[in-house]
Design a protein around this ligand. Structure first.
Ligand code: DC
Length: 214
């Protein structure tokens, strides 16, 4: 299986770039941030508790599923489709708080590896914050996708509802998240792709080239 690990900060474009690359390569696509967001959604709306819970207890109480098909992306908690709800700023504002809990991260580590390794796909693009360094350090292709803060703020403001304080959703969240995992500097063996000066198609092409040349 060709695993492509892609990390990067909020607004780096890694979700849309990863999805487009997966479609072009006929690979699966796994958005690992969706699990942190769905967990946060379940805490806020469905009474899920994670404080003082072990990774095993979290697993037993959180019925999570996600599609790895880049043509048909969905996220579910139990029978509930939360694909769009997890993008809500109310989730984005507090997700880092739960993503910083060691047992949550231990649960996510196992979940992510299982989802990918049990998929039976020939290739999967896995994107997040700690994929190149912690979850799949053995991935065949490892990329850190970045862009300048100005470019990232601009891209996110186009996605979020009008009136949202974008800096809170991007800069502050990155500050919080990067206390837990370093996704701002490429680790040894990780290729840096800076998309500040590239448009979407150029970024997709740059990533595809790295994958096919492996
Ligand atoms: O990529 P995203 O914005 O949907 O991620 C949501 C949150 O999940 C983000 O604030 C940090 C956390 N996250 C993480 O800690 N590790 C990952 N591999 C993916 C996401």
């Amino acid at each position: 299986m060709h695993i492509v690990a892609i990390d990067g900060p909020a607004g780096s474009g890694k979700s849309s770039v990863s999805k487009a690359c997966a479609k072009a390569l006929d690979f699966g696509y796994l958005d690992t941030g969706a699990a942190y967001r769905a967990l946060t959604y379940a805490i806020l709306n469905l009474g899920l508790e994670v404080a003082n819970r072990s990774a095993e207890e979290i697993k037993a109480n959180f019925d999570y599923s996600i599609s790895l098909d880049p043509q048909d992306y969905w996220v579910r908690v139990g029978e509930l489709d939360v694909t769009y709800e997890i993008r809500n700023p109310s989730v984005g504002e507090v997700v880092s708080q739960f993503a910083g809990l060691p047992e949550v991260r231990r649960y996510m580590f196992t979940l992510t590896r299982e989802l990918v390794l049990a998929s039976g796909l020939t290739g999967v693009i896995v994107e997040g914050r700690d994929i190149t360094t912690k979850v799949f350090p053995e991935a065949k292709t490892r990329i850190l996708l970045t862009a300048s803060e100005e470019v990232r703020l601009g891209r996110r403001s186009a996605e979020l509802p009008e009136g949202t304080i974008v800096a809170d959703q991007v800069t502050k969240r990155d500050q919080n998240d990067s206390k837990v995992v370093d996704f701002l500097m490429p680790a040894e063996g990780v290729i840096l792709v800076d998309s500040s000066e590239l448009d979407f198609d150029q970024t997709v092409s740059a990533v595809i080239e790295l994958v096919v040349n492996k």
